[in-house]
Design a protein around this ligand. Structure first.
Ligand SMILES: [Zn+2]
Length: 390
């Protein structure tokens, strides 16, 4: 990441020209990927998708290792220019192949293009990123350009459900990496994500004691009363200045109006911008006590994706990427987001991570999901240049 990289590069022009000549081919390939259903919860479908995509990488000469799973689809790892490792730490590119859409979604609304926009389930989040990664490598190969380090691609099948079976693989590869590129969609209109909130979940169970609400309420212990106090105590951690959010989003309890409630429960979402803030709030919430000492309060859970903090190393990597984008002919802002991704895991290990290097688009997880095809060219060229220079 030297200042020389900011100077106009003939390679940027060659890569852009090579990709521009293949815009139709890239769009068609995106259509092929979108038209394969790959919901996180259908192992058969996601296995089929994983097999298809890993074979595409294998065709380009990458070395593939597959990681079959019992309940979710097969993850895979693809490596390129292994001779550059381990003296030269690798670059890790993170993809997820699963979408939030059920089997049959593709039949209902298959891939389609209108003007510069492409639509379809998972087109933005994140099948666009699969096309980018493959074509960035193809462009470098075709032009006889090499990456600066070994390129390792990890493609998982359970990101949308919390990366429960892929996290270990992602973290193991991240530890060997000089930088991590996460091909999640950008933030409209094309900013990349240099920080993400950490996300956590808590589950609250309260046990009280039932009694007649009119005849002998003093013999009861109200679980709903306890839960209400816990909700207020937890919501007191909401802070717009620090960005911490606590949301008791679903609650329940009791049986009928004239019975003191014996049980109550709540499901809680928690987000924090810094590890320090998470370390402060998580134990405080787990340690909340019952108001009535005879009530039993059980709070379980904690952080499942640590915050991705905007460290100086991430800022430097972003500035480098931005200068490469300027050479290609577009500007790229930075943004932070409250949502979590696999970038949270890698950044928490101290590895410089850029997230949102994927599609320019919007509407992810909904029927209006789209990408800009102009972005497909630009962002693929950017990824190729990042592989070449970082
Ligand atoms: Zn995603």
């Amino acid at each position: 990441m030297t200042a020389a990289n900011a100077a106009p590069s003939p390679d940027a022009r060659r890569i852009t020209d090579w990709l521009s000549a293949r815009q139709a081919e890239m769009t068609a390939f995106l259509g092929t990927l979108v038209n394969i259903d790959s919901p996180s919860d259908s192992k058969a479908d996601t296995d089929r998708y994983s097999d298809f995509l890993s074979k595409a990488f294998a065709t380009d000469g990458l070395h593939i290792i597959t990681y079959p799973q019992e309940k979710v689809g097969t993850h895979f790892r693809a490596t390129w220019h292994e001779e550059l490792a381990p003296a030269n730490q690798q670059i890790l590119v993170i993809l997820h192949m699963d979408t939030v859409f059920p089997v049959g979604e593709v039949a209902r609304r298959p891939f389609r293009v209108e003007g510069d926009r492409a639509y379809g389930p998972g087109v933005c989040d994140m099948k666009h990123g699969h096309v980018q990664t493959l074509y960035a490598i193809r462009a470098l190969q075709a032009l006889g350009l090499a990456p600066k380090r070994q390129i390792t691609v990890v493609a998982s099948t359970d990101e949308e459900t919390g990366s429960l079976t892929s996290r270990g693989l992602i973290e193991e590869e991240a530890k060997r990496s000089a930088a991590v590129f996460v091909m999640e969609p950008s933030v409209w209109p094309g900013s990349i994500k240099t920080s993400r909130k950490g996300t956590g979940r808590f589950s609250v169970r309260v046990k009280g004691r039932a009694a007649h609400a009119g005849a002998n309420p003093e013999e009861g212990i109200s679980a709903t009363d306890e839960l209400a106090r816990l909700i207020l105590a937890m919501h007191a951690y909401n802070n717009p200045v620090t960005g911490t959010t606590v949301n008791v989003g679903a609650i329940g309890g009791g049986t009928r109006a004239n019975v003191v409630a014996a049980e109550a429960w709540g499901d809680v979402d928690f987000r924090a911008v810094t590890v320090a803030e998470a370390d402060r709030v998580v134990p405080a919430i787990l340690g909340l006590k019952a108001h009535n000492p005879e009530a039993i309060v059980e709070i379980t859970g904690g952080l499942n994706r640590p915050p991705m903090e905007r460290t100086p190393a991430i800022v430097a990597l972003y500035q480098h990427a931005r200068s490469l984008a300027n050479e290609i002919g577009f500007d790229m802002g930075e943004a932070s987001t409250g949502g979590g991704s696999d970038g949270n895991f890698t950044a928490a290990l101290g590895i410089p991570t850029l997230d949102g290097l994927g599609a320019v688009g919007g509407g992810s997880h909904g029927v209006s999901e789209f990408v800009l095809l102009r972005g497909l060219l630009e962002r693929t060229a950017l990824l190729a240049r990042l592989m070449q220079t970082v």
